[in-house]
Design a protein around this ligand. Structure first.
Ligand code: ADP
Ligand code: MG
Length: 333
C-alpha cells in the first residue's frame, strides 16, 4: 500500500490531521489550532500566543535581505497575526539556528532589526534558545493580550456579510519576483520594500475588534485565495470574490505586466502582504468607509459571503464566474 506523503495532503491537510491527533482538554482554552493566534482565558482578559518560522533558503536568501531587515520582518509577521485578532503584542521569545561561520556582526544586526520592529509595538524580548544549524533558522513566539469579548476569530463570517481587505494586494509577491531573478525586467524600490519590510495593520485590527465592526478576521500572509479559504473553512461558508475590486497599488499596476500575463494572478495568489481580510455585516459599510478615511488606509469591499456549498468563487470583470483551480503556494505541494 502506498504511504501518504506530505506532498499528497499539503500543509493545510497536515495541520487538520495534527488537530485531530492533539484534541485539547483544558476548559480555559478559547481558540487552539485553526486561528491566527491561540487564545487562552486569563481572568477577564485573553492571553494570545503565536509563532512563525523563517528558514534560510525557504523563506529568505542572505543575498536578498540584510540581517537588520530580516530581524525586523521576523517580529512584524508575528505582530500581523496578533493584529488579525484585534489584540495587543507584549512579549516575545526567539529561537535561533545559526551556522558556525556566521559573523557575530550578522547576529547583532539581526537583533538591531528585531529591536526596531518590536519598539514600534512596545513588545519586549524575554528569552529564547540558540543552536548550531547548517542554515539560519529564526523562530519567534509572540505573546499578547486582548479583551475576550472583542477578539475576532476566523470562524465568525455569516452568509450575506461583505468581505473586506485593507491596503493593496500583490505588492510583496511582485517585489519578491524582482528580488529573485528578474531585475532586468524593471524594478520598483517601493514593491521590494513591501516585501522586505511589511506593515502589520495592528491599529486597524484593534479598532475593528473594539468597535465590533467585523464578524471574522485573518491576515493575508499566504495569499488572498488561500487565506480566504481558511476563513471560509473555519466559518463554514462560501464566498464570491469580485476580481476587479481587488485593490492594486499604482506601482503594482505599472510593473505587473512585465512579470505576469494575468494582472490579478499575483494579487490573488501571492503571499506576504500582511493586510487584514475581514467580514462585516452590510449595515456597517458606511462606518467602515469612514474608518478608512480617518485611518487614511484603503479598505476595499471585495466579495460577498455565500452559503458553504458555493465554496470559493471568483467573478471576472466581464461577469464570468470561475472556481480557481489552484489557490496558491503550499510548502509541501
Ligand atoms: P498563519 O498563516 O496565520 O501563521 P498557519 O497557517 O501557519 O497560520 O497555521 C494555522 C493554524 O495551525 C494555527 O492555529 C497554527 O498555530 C497551527 N499550526 C501550524 N503548524 C502547526 C504545527 N506544526 N503543530 C500544531 N499547530 C500548528
Ligand atoms: Mg495569520
Amino acid at each position: 500500500m502506498k504511504r501518504v506523503k506530505l506532498r499528497d495532503i499539503g500543509e493545510f491537510g497536515l495541520i487538520q490531521r495534527i488537530r485531530t491527533w492533539m484534541s485539547a482538554s483544558r476548559k480555559d482554552l478559547i481558540r487552539g489550532i485553526g486561528d491566527d493566534v491561540a487564545v487562552m482565558e486569563m481572568g477577564d482578559k485573553a492571553l494570545l500566543a503565536t509563532t512563525d518560522i523563517l528558514i534560510e533558503g525557504i523563506h529568505f536568501h542572505r543575498s536578498w535581505i540584510d540581517p537588520f531587515s530580516l530581524g525586523k520582518k521576523a517580529i512584524l509577521v508575528n505582530v500581523s497575526d496578533i493584529a488579525a485578532m484585534g489584540g495587543t503584542p507584549k512579549y516575545f521569545l526567539i529561537s535561533l539556528g545559526l551556522p558556525k561561520g556566521l559573523p557575530v556582526s550578522y547576529v547583532s544586526q539581526l537583533y538591531h532589526g528585531l529591536k526596531e520592529g518590536a519598539k514600534s509595538f512596545r513588545a519586549d524580548l524575554v528569552g529564547g534558545d540558540t543552536s548550531l544549524s547548517p542554515k539560519i533558522i529564526l523562530n519567534i513566539a509572540l505573546l499578547g493580550e486582548g479583551k475576550k469579548q472583542n477578539l475576532l476569530f476566523r470562524n465568525g463570517a455569516k452568509v450575506g456579510n461583505d468581505l473586506w481587505v485593507s491596503g493593496t494586494l500583490g505588492d510583496s509577491a511582485l517585489g519578491l519576483k524582482m528580488l529573485r531573478k528578474n531585475r532586468a525586467r524593471g524594478t520598483s524600490k517601493a514593491l521590494i520594500e513591501r516585501h522586505l519590510s511589511p506593515t502589520p495593520r495592528l491599529h486597524l485590527g484593534q479598532v475593528l475588534a473594539n468597535h465590533h465592526l467585523a464578524t471574522a478576521m485573518i491576515d493575508v500572509s499566504d495569499g488572498l485565495l488561500i487565506d480566504t479559504s481558511h476563513l471560509l473553512e473555519e466559518s463554514g461558508v462560501g464566498v464570491l470574490l469580485f476580481e476587479d475590486t481587488i485593490p492594486l497599488s499604482k506601482e503594482y499596476r505599472k510593473f505587473v505586466r512585465l512579470y505576469s500575463r494575468n494582472p490579478y494572478r499575483l494579487a490573488l495568489t501571492g503571499g506576504e502582504d500582511y493586510e487584514l481580510l475581514f467580514t462585516a455585516p452590510r449595515e456597517n459599510r458606511d462606518r467602515i468607509s469612514s474608518l478608512s478615511r480617518s485611518l487614511k488606509l484603503s479598505l476595499a469591499c471585495i466579495g460577498e459571503i455565500l452559503p458553504k456549498k458555493r465554496r470559493l468563487l471568483v467573478a471576472r470583470g466581464g461577469g464570468k464566474i470561475y472556481s480557481p483551480s489552484s489557490l496558491g503556494f503550499d510548502h509541501f505541494k
